[in-house]
Design a protein around this ligand. Structure first.
Ligand code: SF4
Ligand code: FES
Length: 377
């Protein structure tokens, strides 16, 4: 172990990589886990026990689309029995009122629905799922009618960023407590599609000004989380609250990761819940310890006064842009690659957006056949 390790706050439980949507910015890895590799109910129940025993407060049930798992009810009930606050992160196109009410009854407290746009044709095109937007709106209403807390998750990019004002109106109309205006993060699928997503600097500037004003106007009505795209930032985001500091992520096959994109970094060994307890992995896993704390840092991070604030930014991004996960995140203006990264973003945003490369289960990875895919025309 490199430094003393505090207990994590939350568990991100990726129950499956199966998903009816095909978003070209999906945060799942390029190599998706087959349904036959998913860990079983008993293992997830044991993992939830271990998470609670470690002092974690929250579990985020995510995917893929977590509602394709038939044991979701059992997991939600078990989380509740263990005192874990449970959040469902969903595409929102498969849940009906009966199942939602049952989940609420069993202890689900919060639902986070991802929206691809505010206008249905573009939203359905981006998600690759016809009729999806309408279903999401319907579910959002049901979430509020059921008395659950609602977060609207709006992933924004050059093909919908002009609709940020409409996203805020939509969130208020839906009665959401919170909206995340999340710029696409360029790893995995999004990296493949970067030129289709990266906004222009002017688009970003206008949006940032609008959000700053809206935050004041909507105080007490709607909490707005807003993160600028890394490539235009001056300092990096505190990714995951620091590597191995606040969160752990379990993938559908049971591998425990420091972040959802960690498998994009070659050479890391991830331990499995099949072989070790969660507490053992948190403290001893070589993947967690590799970039935990500050001991691993190169200059300029090592002697930077932000080292224990942003923890050196994002390891996955450092790898994606430099081929070295152990170097300064190029989103930082102190990185020698910062200007080049900014220029790359400007250049890609200036050209016409290329066609999307959709994330498709079953396309080229011999995965299980698409379960619900219904691409937009
Ligand atoms: Fe963060 Fe490193 Fe940049 Fe300092 S030099 S702001 S620690 S990324
Ligand atoms: Fe992996 Fe930032 S996404 S550390």
């Amino acid at each position: 172990m490199t430094e003393s390790v505090e207990a994590p706050l939350a568990l991100l439980a990726e129950l499956t990589h199966r998903c009816p949507l095909q978003c070209p910015y999906c945060s799942n890895p390029l190599e998706l886990e087959r349904a036959s590799n998913e860990i079983d109910t008993a293992t997830w129940l044991r993992v939830l026990d271990e998470a609670a025993a470690m002092g974690m407060h929250q579990v985020h049930f995510s995917g893929g689309e977590p509602t394709v798992r038939k044991d979701l009810e059992e997991l939600v009930r078990h989380a509740d029995e263990n005192g874990l606050y449970s959040n469902l992160i969903t595409s929102g196109v498969l849940l009906d009122r009966t199942r939602l009410e049952a989940l609420a009854e069993l202890g689900l407290e919060h639902v986070q629905i991802s929206f691809q746009d505010t206008v249905a044709p573009n939203a359905d095109r981006i998600g690759g799922y016809k009729g999806g937007h309408e279903k999401k709106i319907a579910l959002a209403h049901m979430v509020r009618e059921t008395g659950l807390a609602l977060t609207v998750n709006a992933v924004v990019h050059r093909q919908n960023i002009e609709h940020v004002p409409d996203f805020l109106d939509m969130a208020v109309d839906l009665g959401a407590e919170r909206i995340e205006i999340a710029q696409v993060q360029y790893y995995g699928w999004a990296l493949k599609n970067r030129a289709a997503f990266i906004p222009t600097y002017d688009q970003l500037k206008r949006t940032t000004e609008f959000v700053t004003e809206a935050r004041e106007r909507l105080k007490g009505v709607l909490v707005i989380d807003y993160v600028v795209p890394d490539y235009y930032a001056r300092r990096p985001k505190t990714c995951m609250g620091g590597w191995g500091r606040r969160f752990l992520n379990i993938n559908p096959a049971g591998k425990v990761l420091p972040c959802h994109a960690a498998e994009s970094i070659p050479g890391l060994t991830f331990d499995s819940v099949h072989d070790h307890s969660l507490a053992w992995i948190w403290e001893n896993s070589s993947a967690f310890n590799k970039y935990r704390g500050t001991a691993w840092m190169p200059e300029p991070c090592k002697s930077c006064d932000r080292a224990e604030l942003d923890w050196g930014g994002c390891r996955c991004q450092a790898y994606a842009l430099t081929g070295n996960a152990g170097t300064v995140d190029p989103a930082c203006e102190l990185s020698p690659l910062h200007e080049e990264t900014f220029g790359l973003a400007m250049k890609e945003a200036a050209g016409p957006p290329p066609a999307f490369i959709y994330r498709r289960i079953g396309a080229d990875q011999e995965q299980d056949a698409p379960v619900f895919a219904e691409p937009a025309e």
